[in-house]
Design a protein around this ligand. Structure first.
Ligand code: SAM
Length: 470
């Protein structure tokens, strides 16, 4: 990451003090304007996401995130996250609105100016921040940055116009496709058709509901947190804001946060009471928790020690048990094979864009292809871990068939000792349309439509259930 520019104006190096003359006291710096640090950090993090394809989750991690983010007060951190989430979710729209307010394109190399404008416009267009504050802080920010100082007047004019003409400007550029990078939209259109790709792009513009998997009775959890039980059994809370940890049932381990689609793959094993199960890519453990809660004796493997630590914390809260192992699947040699093996493989995560809008701007088509190769390799490594007659569920949260259907088909063609055990529509009530003709499970964010968009949709997920012949 580039070194953060100094906020202070450049100053000349002081000459060494001459003998006899007392050194001149340093001029006190005026205190920074309230609100400016959070906007500066927002612009810096936006740059890291879109210019160097850095994950927003990593940048805003409370323990290991960007140092300037970690230095902010919790309230300012929340504001930075809110600004960035909407700035990335509506990136194309914001870009089009800014373009409509300037006579000629922003000068090439004016990246810093562009990020300042995006942060300012995101607040004016989509957040409950007073327009005057958003404009003034963006102007101060431009003025304090040597790279954008000469554009401070432009920032003022553009953002004031956006504040004045917000509704008309938004109406003039209202096209969900704008907020999805073209390469990604084309891949969805090729896979699901133009109309479904548009529906996916449209629902991505709406913040996702919060989904929970109940440890015991979903109806009780729904009543306690004021949510609804979806036909799939997931508990959903829409339009909810605030800290998950403050909700009833958190401390007592009554539920864990898990998207409705992410809850499906582990259910494909059916009855697991007393079974030996392995979760080969387990952390942070949403699906491992399902396996353990269903009565399996679970071994949870993950290559990341820190992510596995989170799994252990989650399990302690949920009062669930699993044997954990930090390690690479390639070197995993258990004493005996398992009845049930889950491979929830690393992927491009394009099915989670609604919750993680940075994914749309940090991933590339090349990465999708490369990750499909990783998944195919991991699936081959899982073969010897499945007992005869046992089940192997392969899943991931990519929306791209290259990482899902294609990997599963190639595996089945190569491994005649496995057969596909088709998913039946009655196994996924409310999501019957997610069962493909071949018997795979394929969700897209445009499924599971409810009364309002903020209560609708789910992550894009793929799952195939493969049985090892006896
Ligand atoms: C999609 S995440 C798993 C999410 C998890 N199943 C859940 O539901 O909470 C993929 C996980 O695979 C792990 N991983 C990646 N490569 C691995 C490997 N070679 N061996 C074991 N784990 C690996 C990553 O550390 C990551 O935690």
């Amino acid at each position: 990451m580039t070194k953060p520019p100094s906020l202070k104006r450049p100053f000349k190096t002081a000459k060494p003090a001459q003998a006899g003359k007392p050194p001149r006291p340093a001029r006190p710096q005026p205190p920074e304007r309230p609100g400016l640090p959070s906007r500066r950090v927002a612009a810096r993090l936006l740059a890291a996401v879109v210019d160097t394809r850095t994950s927003l989750d990593g940048l805003t991690d409370r323990g290991h995130g960007h140092p300037e983010f970690r230095a902010l007060e919790p309230r300012d951190q929340a504001l930075v996250k809110a600004i960035l989430t909407v700035a990335l979710r509506r990136r194309g729209t914001i870009e089009a609105v800014i373009a409509a307010c300037i006579e000629k394109p922003l000068p090439g190399g004016a990246a810093s100016l562009r990020h300042i404008l995006h942060v300012g416009a995101a607040q004016i267009l989509f957040l409950d921040v007073p327009d005057a504050a958003a404009v003034d802080l963006a102007v101060s920010q431009a003025d304090a940055d040597p790279r954008s100082q000469r554009f401070a007047k432009l920032v003022n004019a553009v953002l004031r116009r956006i504040a004045r003409e917000r509704d008309a400007l938004l109406a003039a550029v209202d096209d969900p496709r704008l907020d999805t990078p073209a390469w990604l939209f084309q891949r969805w259109a090729a896979a699901y058709g133009e109309a479904e790709a548009e529906r996916i792009a449209a629902i991505h513009r709406v913040p996702a509901p919060l989904d929970f998997t109940a440890r015991r009775d979903p109806a009780v959890v729904a009543a306690e947190i004021g949510g609804e039980v979806l036909p799939t059994g997931t508990v959903r809370l829409s339009g909810g804001e605030g800290l998950v940890g403050d909700l009833p049932g958190f401390a007592t381990g009554d539920w864990w946060v898990q998207d409705a689609a992410a809850a499906l793959p582990a259910r494909l094993f059916g009855d697991l009471a007393g079974a030996r199960a392995a979760d080969l890519c387990a952390a942070p453990g949403g699906k491992t928790a399902q396996l353990a809660a269903a009565g399996a004796r679970v071994t949870a493997l993950d290559i990341s020690a820190s992510r596995l630590r989170r799994l252990k914390e989650n399990f302690a809260r949920l009062d669930l048990e699993a044997e954990t192992q930090v390690g690479d699947l390639a070197a995993f040699r258990p004493d005996e094979p398992f009845d049930a093996v889950l491979l929830d493989a690393p992927c491009s995560s394009t099915g989670t864009i609604r919750r993680h809008p940075d994914v749309a701007w940090t991933k590339t088509a090349e990465e999708v292809e490369k990750l499909a190769g990783v998944q195919a390799r991991m699936l081959r490594q899982a073969v010897g871990l499945v007992a005869p007659g046992g089940l192997l569920v392969f899943s991931n949260c990519s929306l791209d068939p290259v990482e899902g259907e294609d990997v599963a088909r190639a595996f089945l063609a190569e491994h005649k000792e496995f057969e596909l055990e088709p998913v039946r529509p009655d196994e996924v009530p409310g999501l019957e349309a997610a069962v493909t003709g071949e018997g795979f499970l394929r969700t897209t964010p445009a499924m599971l439509m409810r009364e309002t968009p903020d209560a609708s949709g789910l992550d894009g997920f793929f799952a195939a259930r493969l049985r090892r012949r006896s």
